[in-house]
Design a protein around this ligand. Structure first.
Ligand SMILES: [Zn+2]
Length: 324
């Protein structure tokens, strides 16, 4: 079963998190394999799994009330990959692939051939007011010296440093059964009260503690992250550290697959096309067919459905509940 564990390093300004997605991840792969596009090539599968794991870690880290949407896009065979995680850790993901992806292709070969690759993190509030824009931060898939980044973890570490000013170490891995990640983050120091709580440590000492823990975290191998259970991972890495553990997200509160698509949303999308274009599609194909790229659900709008979409509320006959 999927699970997410949080912990603090006792007395140190460092926190950590481990996520292991099993059923939540294989459900995404199963639905993709059954769709008309078919299963992902292994490098795309690994990238998308890492995105889902990272998205769950980041959402849980900031506890954002709404959707955290992680996107990578660029100029390679992978046009766009998206992972979306809600505040209850329900999640979905999809990738649009427009060309062949070579075995063993890295981030740069998939998305950043001519340097146009980007990683975007969007926070879309659940109760967004009309006109309110979601917050979005974007980083290039290149480092400070314009060298292409080789992994998603590198891009996200860069994002965290730029947008949140927080030093973060991420280890991510995914295969066809597990998508997993480890996050270690230096806690922000806010005012003297917090400094006091951390005892007599100087800023340099705190940095040394973070560096030591970050180095331990970085020693975690991809294979270990995929095959070991959470307890074994934490014991192997941090057996000399004092960890304060929190109630894990497991069982009913575990990260899980869920899609937020609905007939209403698809209807709004068709309204967005405009009546002329919608009618052209109807004339050509008899109905407007929309498949959800995240879950594979099929939506069909025939002439009557489409006419209803473009009838203003005042022109509509009253619904049955209005008559009662
Ligand atoms: Zn869906």
């Amino acid at each position: 079963m999927s699970e997410l564990h949080k912990f603090l390093f006792e007395g140190l300004p460092v926190r950590g998190m481990v996520v292991r997605l099993t059923d939540a991840w294989t459900e995404i792969l199963r639905r993709r394999a059954q769709s008309s596009t078919g299963a992902y090539a292994p490098p795309v599968q690994a990238l998308l799994g890492e995105m889902v794991a990272a998205g769950a870690l980041m959402q849980s880290n900031i506890k954002f009330h709404g959707a955290l949407i992680l996107q990578v896009y660029g100029d390679g065979p992978v046009k766009l990959a998206v992972a979306e995680v809600q505040s209850d850790l329900s999640l979905r993901a999809t990738a649009t692939v427009q060309g062949p992806v070579a075995d063993g292709a890295n981030l740069s070969a998939m998305l950043n051939i001519k340097g146009q690759g980007r990683c975007a993190v969007t926070l879309d509030p659940k109760d967004r007011l009309p006109g309110q824009q979601p917050y979005q931060g974007v980083v290039p898939l290149t480092d400070g010296q314009d060298q292409p980044l080789q992994s998603l973890a590198q891009a996200l570490q860069l994002y965290m440093r730029q947008s949140e000013q927080l030093e973060t170490t991420l280890v991510l891995a995914a295969d066809d059964k597990v998508a997993a990640g480890l996050l270690i983050q230096r806690l922000p120091i806010e005012g003297a009260g917090n400094l006091e709580a951390q005892g007599e440590q100087s800023v340099e000492e705190q940095q040394e503690h973070y560096n030591r823990i970050a180095m331990l975290a970085s020693s975690l191998k991809r294979e270990e992250l995929l095959t070991l259970d959470v307890e074994t991972i934490l014991r192997r890495l941090f057996w000399e550290e004092k960890l304060q553990r929190f109630m894990p997200h497991a069982g009913e509160t575990a990260p899980r697959f869920a899609c937020t698509c609905s007939r209403e949303r698809v209807g709004r999308m068709i309204q967005g096309l405009g009546e002329t274009e919608a009618r052209e599609i109807l004339a050509e194909r008899g109905a407007i067919l929309v498949d959800c790229e995240f879950c594979g659900a099929h939506y069909r709008f025939d002439t009557i459905d489409t006419t209803q979409l473009f009838t203003t509320a005042g022109d509509r006959p009253p619904s049955s509940s209005a008559i009662q």
